[in-house]
Design a binder for this molecule. Structure first.
Ligand code: NAP
Length: 263
């Protein structure tokens, strides 16, 4: 039986086992997908498990998408460009790091039908997933990307790769068409980002890449202030879909049953 894992810290919120095990069952594959909470020091031994074929594939979530990069033998072009890995597998005696968040995010936005071309986008956060979001936004032709992160130096580091980013201080409110929460604030129900909603809205698109809980305080408040909102469920499904396709060499269905499975 093949074994797959999602690793992160925290990890309870992850619906990856639910979704992958659903597709595994639907496609009669002899495999199991679990979740595991790890610490930074566990990465090396985890990669050894991949090399020994004890684990056949790993998804990486917060906060390790960047810290696993040095442990890879090879990076896909997407992982190289973003310096962020969320999907790991073993091929031709090499541990390969890949990134399915870029196209997951792009397909999620397309599914939402928000016309993003030439829009000004404000991103909150500068963690492991943000380089993937920037790459996807640029591909979709946004006119400007503004970033704010609690630790400003991390947002400034992104400017090394993406020169035209505008960095503003945490707590500042820019003029924009879309606001993306790419922080981990909201994973706990009571988590709240301090934002000036009356200055940001109304009639903007607020997108939280968090999908569990389904509606964060960020989305609830944005709605109250007259904005359109969406969570990261479809981004999550699309990034998982591609990881599944790479590992099992077959494309699972994204149908109403799949979408409803995640609430
Ligand atoms: P990460 O590397 O751990 O980064 C976390 C980010 O959140 C950093 O920018 C951090 O700021 C900020 N943050 C955390 N606690 C904060 C607080 N109390 N106040 C202000 N800022 C805070 O995580 P990641 O991999 O980038 O993922 C970010 C989020 O996206 C997570 O919630 C994850 O579940 C979600 N995600 C969803 C999908 C999907 O498919 N829908 C895919 C990937 C990620 P500092 O730099 O100041 O610490």
């Amino acid at each position: 039986m093949k074994k797959y894992l999602v690793v992160g810290n925290p990890i309870e919120h992850s619906f990856s086992p639910k979704l992958h095990n659903h597709w595994i069952k639907k496609n009669n594959i002899d495999a199991v997908y679990d979740k595991k909470q790890i610490n930074e020091g566990d990465i090396k031994s985890l990669i050894m498990e991949i090399k020994k074929n004890k684990i056949n594939g790993i998804n990486v979530t917060i906060p390790f998408k960047k810290s696993v990069v040095p442990f890879m033998d090879e990076l896909s072009s997407e992982a190289k460009e973003s310096q962020s890995v969320n999907t790991i597998y073993f091929q031709n005696e090499k541990v390969i790091g890949h990134n399915t968040d870029i196209s997951g995010f792009e397909l999620g936005i397309k599914y939402s039908k928000f016309d993003i071309k030439n829009k000004i986008v404000f991103i909150l956060g500068a963690g492991g997933v943000v380089s993937s979001i920037i790459i996807a936004l640029k591909k979709m032709g946004v006119s400007k990307i503004i970033i704010s992160n609690r630790t400003k130096s991390k947002a400034e580091d992104l400017k090394i790769f993406f020169k035209d980013l505008e960095i503003i201080s945490w707590g500042e409110t820019p003029n924009c068409d879309m606001v993306i929460n790419a922080t981990s604030i909201g994973l706990k129900n009571e988590d709240e980002i301090k934002l000036d909603y009356s200055a940001l809205g109304p009639n903007k698109f607020f997108y939280d890449i968090i999908y569990n809980p389904k509606e964060t305080i960020f989305l609830k408040k944005a709605k109250l202030f007259g904005n359109r909102t969406e969570n990261g469920k479809l981004m999550f499904i699309y990034q998982a879909h591609q990881a599944f396709t790479i590992w099992h060499k077959l494309m699972p269905d994204i149908d109403a049953e799949t979408i409803n499975l995640l609430g």
